[in-house]
Design a protein around this ligand. Structure first.
Ligand SMILES: [Zn+2]
Length: 75
């Protein structure tokens, strides 16, 4: 009967290791997604100088985007 106990012990250890790896992998994936998210911003082109900047940092005037206040006023 010793062999059955040994098989059960190995099965339990393997299961614990498998569950641990699954949890660890899920956490790592979530961290990677969180890190990647800010890079997926929309890039817009300045109408004045052609510089590409994130839409969150751009100045919008009548549907056109500008990199700075100065360029927005020049149009
Ligand atoms: Zn510009």
């Amino acid at each position: 009967m010793l062999i059955f106990r040994l098989i059960i012990a190995i099965a339990i250890i393997w299961l614990l290791f498998y569950v641990y790896r699954r949890i660890h992998k899920t956490v790592a994936n979530k961290r990677q997604l969180a890190r990647r998210a800010p890079e997926t911003k929309d890039m817009v082109r300045c109408e004045q100088c052609g510089l590409h900047i994130p839409s969150t940092e751009a100045i919008e005037r009548a549907g056109h985007y500008y990199c700075c206040q100065e360029h927005a006023e020049q149009q």
